[in-house]
Every structure is written in structure tokens, then in C-alpha cells.
Design a binder for this molecule. Structure first.
Ligand code: WQD
Length: 339
């Protein structure tokens, strides 16, 4: 099966391209390199030995998409390409709504024109807002998102659901990610945030590498074991494998208007301080950090109940928090050496 991976040079996208190849799929990478760069393609090639077709296109350019779908006959699409910085989305809501939703609408329209049946969408646990009860299941009510970024994911899910129910030629799955961390064990691909990282783990690894002075922990006065926020940190390779499982499920599904959502998390919640202590222990180093004020928009605690994806897709997170943080550090050391 030939699969278009939009955002395929990104953090989760690049790891998914590798796992698709390992599972016998034929990935084609589309990326506008807004939040990545060509070096990622070399990393993918070093791991797989394959130079996958790469198109430096933007999903907001409908004509370019049509040109691509004219040239390549796809069996499915995995759509990662989107802006994803929670804080930035609060500053630039229109840019987020336009980029994340126009690209989705373009893709769904072109897939319909070219009769491409299978669609996997990169959604997020942010659609739950601050859940009243934990762990969250797929039936946990979606609460108003705490950021325009999260809202684009919630709106996107509704667009896909309504489209699938009206246009029986497409089957779709939305995967609600928790917190993707870590890197491929080879250290050849990983997270490459442009500029100052907004996410916790790249900020930690850059601090440990001496690229940042100190990590600020955003608040230790939450109602949790040690006062810091709780998250479900999932290894990016485990997350990538869930996409392969989702495609296989769609391929096997007869129903012509199938749509479903799945939580993709480990099912374990760890605090920010748990993560920091694990990072220090597994990498045998001391991290320079301080406790600062809470960050606006942060959810206090969230972690997944992942029974549905375990049962229906036979997928379960295999890597531990320690392995994720060992791989994250290994990757940081590699890219710092090559700088
Ligand atoms: C995690 C925890 C921070 C940085 C968002 C999106 C989610 C996904 C991942 C794209 C929080 C704390 C962080 C720092 C800190 N997006 N933190 N100091 O906000 O849980 O999730 O990114 O894939 O959809 O919602 O991730 O890594 O920013 O924060 O203390 O310098 O770490 O307060 O508690 P978040 P994060």
C-alpha cells in the first residue's frame, strides 16, 4: 500500500515513515519544512536504506496536492502536517485555524476526487481539556480546548466524522496522542524543534547539553503527588507503530463509512518531577532546573485509558519512561556533536 505521510519530515511523521517501511508499506513524504529540515530525510535513509519520494509541498496549496495525487496513486493518507505549539496558537489563532483546517479540507477533497479510501488523522488529548475523571477514555466528554491549537484538533475530528458519514468512499481513524517523547534508538532521527522548545523533554535535553541555562518547571502547587503536572509520556516509536496498526485496521475494515477515535497513550501518568528524576537517573547526570509560576493553559493532570486501542488494534506501548528518556538524551548528544 502506498501511503502519503503529510508532515513526514516532522518528529512523529519521520518515525512513522520508518515504521511504515518496516511493516511493508510504501510511504511518500510531503512536508513544507516549516518545522523540520532535509537532514531528517537523510536520517530516515540511514535507518531504512531507502530514499523515499519527497515533495516539499504545503497542504494549503490545493493545486500542488492535485498535481501530487495525479502523479502518485495513494491507498491511504496519514495527516500529521499542522502547527502544533499550544502557546503560539494563543498568540496567532487565525494562522492556526487557517493552516490546520484548510490543509485538512484540501486533503479530504482531493482524496475524494482521487478515490483514496483510508485516512489516519493526528489528533490530540487536548480535545479533553481538563478532564473531570481520570484516566480518560474515548467516551470522556470533550471539553472546550484550552488553546486554539487544541480547538483545531477538536474541529478537525468533527469535520472528518461528518465527511465520512456523508461520503462513504472514505474510512478514517483519529488517533488522540498524549505526550510524544524520545527518539529512534539509532539516534539518527528525533525531535528537532526550531527555536526555543515549548515542549518539556527537548527543553530538558537542551538544558542538559548546556544549550539552555536552566529548565523552569511551570508550577509545583497543583493537586498532584509532588505538586507538578501529570502527563502520559509515550515513546515516539510506540506512537509511530500505532499508525501502522491504524492503517492495517482501515485496510481490513469492510464498512464503507467507518470512523473511530482511539487514545494512544501508555495508560501511566507521571509528574514533571518524576520525569526529571528519571532523566537524571537513567542518564547519570544532574539537571539544572528551578520551579517557576504555572504556565497559562496547562492542564493539571491527564493520562490515557488505552484499553480500546489495545483490544481493537492489538497495540500497546512497549517502551518505558526510562527508555524514552535514554533515547531522547542519546539523540540530543548526536545532534549537539554534529552542530
Ligand atoms: C508538559 C508538561 C508543562 C515545558 C502539548 C500539546 C499536545 C502535544 C504535546 C503536540 C506541562 C511542563 C513544559 C517547560 C515545564 N502537542 N513544562 N517546563 O503542554 O502537555 O502538550 O504538547 O504534539 O497536544 O497539548 O506538553 O511538553 O509543553 O508540557 O514545566 O519548559 O511539562 O507545564 O505540565 P503539553 P509540554
Amino acid at each position: 500500500m502506498k501511503i502519503l505521510v503529510t508532515g513526514g519530515a516532522g518528529f512523529i511523521g519521520s518515525h512513522t515513515v520508518v515504521e511504515l517501511h518496516q511493516a511493508g508499506f510504501q510511504p511518500v513524504i510531503l512536508d513544507n519544512l516549516y518545522n523540520s529540515n532535509r537532514s531528517v530525510l537523510n536520517g530516515i535513509k540511514q535507518i531504512t536504506g531507502v530514499d523515499f519520494p519527497f515533495y516539499e509541498y504545503d497542504c494549503n496549496d490545493l493545486e500542488k496536492l492535485r498535481e501530487l495525487f495525479d502523479k502518485e496513486q495513494f491507498d491511504g493518507v496519514i495527516h500529521f502536517a499542522a502547527y502544533k505549539a499550544v502557546g503560539e496558537s494563543v498568540q496567532k489563532p487565525l494562522a492556526y485555524y487557517e493552516n490546520n483546517l484548510v490543509s485538512l479540507l484540501n486533503l479530504l477533497n482531493v482524496m475524494q476526487e482521487y478515490k483514496v479510501p483510508n485516512f489516519v488523522f493526528s489528533s490530540s488529548c487536548t480535545v479533553y481539556g481538563q478532564p473531570e475523571s481520570l484516566p480518560v477514555t474515548e467516551d470522556t466528554p470533550r471539553l472546550p480546548a484550552t488553546s486554539p491549537y487544541g480547538n483545531t484538533k477538536a474541529i478537525a475530528e468533527d469535520i472528518i466524522r461528518d465527511h465520512v458519514h456523508a461520503a462513504p468512499s472514505v474510512k478514517a481513524i483519529a488517533l488522540r496522542y498524549f505526550n510524544p517523547i524520545g527518539a529512534h534508538e539509532s539516534g539518527l532521527i528525533g525531535e528537532l524543534p526550531n527555536g526555543v522548545p515549548s515542549n518539556l523533554v527537548p527543553y530538558i535535553t537542551q538544558t542538559a547539553a548546556g544549550l539552555r541555562d536552566s529548565l523552569t518547571v511551570f508550577g509545583d502547587d497543583y493537586d498532584t503527588a509532588d505538586g507538578t503536572c501529570v502527563r502520559d509520556f509515550i515513546h515516539v516509536v510506540d506512537l509511530a507503530k500505532a499508525h501502522v496498526k491504524a492503517l492495517s485496521l482501515l485496510e481490513q475494515t469492510e464498512a464503507s463509512n467507518y470512523y473511530d477515535v482511539f487514545n494512544v497513550g501508555t495508560g501511566e501518568g507521571y509528574t514533571v518531577l518524576n520525569l526529571i528524576n528519571t532523566f537524571e537517573t537513567v542518564n547519570n547526570l544532574k539537571l539544572n532546573y528551578n520551579i517557576g509560576p504555572r504556565r497559562a493553559g496547562d492542564v493539571e493532570k491527564i493520562y490515557a485509558q488505552a484499553d480500546k486501542v489495545n483490544t481493537i488494534m492489538n497495540w500497546k506501548a512497549e517502551k518505558t519512561l526510562a527508555e524514552s528518556l535514554r533515547d531522547a538524551w542519546n539523540w540530543q548528544l548526536k545532534i549537539t556533536q554534529t552542530k
